[in-house]
Design a protein around this ligand. Structure first.
Ligand code: OAD
Length: 239
């Protein structure tokens, strides 16, 4: 991949930068994606595991699945793509990382200006009090885990059929529409509303760069689409 002078200039002259990431950015760390050949949704049915109805039906089963994913993610480390994004945050005063990932690897890599659109697998939420707490116990001692108030805790994750927190999605939209450089990496761009953010940024005048090993539905609308691994390409965008 060649970063030409013009692109370098686009990056270095940017004042407001937004980055949107998806599961592909964590793939090189060993976290399974959702829709790839070995993706989670190839072996598991999303509607049986990632919906509020499924949780109401069998909270223990849902927690067993999350407990398995937490155990899988716990020992993993961020990769060069995560570190490149953390470095970008230091280079631009006005920067926001918008992630669909729930694995916590961006934070582990040092990212602090971070908006987690779909929640975080290391947080629980009380179904009655709605209190969100960090919980890093792996494996969990009781399934389902309980809140101090006695109610069941759920994973602090946005499931299919649920809305994103209004303040969170509003901030993501506003940032996408106000930035002058938007980098979208490792997402299939199939899940809304995250999938629309790159298009919103482009329409509002941002220069949009995509990084993905495959072509996606947004590849044709972006300014530059790099076909390759985020762990290899993102570090080259830190110019
Ligand atoms: P997907 O699994 O749908 O897509 C992963 C994307 O990453 C694909 O487009 C791959 O081509 C690409 N990819 C894989 N390895 C890569 C690599 N090393 N470098 C660059 N790209 C790579 O994951 P998401 O788009 O994140 O929801 O999925 C969106 C949401 O759907 C997730 O947040 C999740 C899921 O259901 C929740 O957890 C709520």
């Amino acid at each position: 991949m060649e970063i030409d002078k013009e692109l370098k200039e686009k990056i270095t002259s940017a004042k407001k930068v937004a980055v949107l990431t998806g599961a592909g950015v964590s793939a090189e760390s060993g976290v399974p994606t959702f829709r790839g050949a070995d993706g989670l949704w190839k072996s598991f049915r999303a509607e049986e595991l990632a919906t509020p109805e499924a949780f109401r039906r069998d909270p223990k089963l849902i927690w067993e699945w999350y407990d398995w994913r937490r155990s899988l993610i716990a020992p993993l480390s961020p990769n060069a793509g995560h570190f490149a994004i953390a470095e970008m945050e230091k280079r631009f005063d006005d920067f926001l990382l918008i992630t669909q990932n729930v694995d916590g690897l961006h934070e582990k890599a040092g990212s602090r200006k971070l908006l987690e659109l779909h929640g975080n697998i290391w947080k629980t939420r009380c179904v009655d009090e709605h209190t969100v707490r960090e919980n890093r116990q792996t494996p969990l001692k009781e399934l389902p885990p309980l809140c101090g108030c006695g109610a069941i805790l759920r994973p602090h994750i946005v499931w299919f059929g649920e809305s994103l927190e209004p303040a969170v999605i509003q901030k993501a939209i506003k940032t996408s529409q106000e930035c002058d450089l938007f980098i979208v990496a490792g997402t299939s761009a199939l899940v809304q509303p995250a999938a629309s953010l790159a298009g919103m940024a482009k329409e509002a005048g941002a220069f949009v760069i995509e990084v993905n090993i495959e072509k996606t539905p947004i590849s044709s609308i972006v300014d530059v689409s790099y076909r390759g691994k985020s762990g290899e390409i993102l570090p080259q965008l830190v110019v």
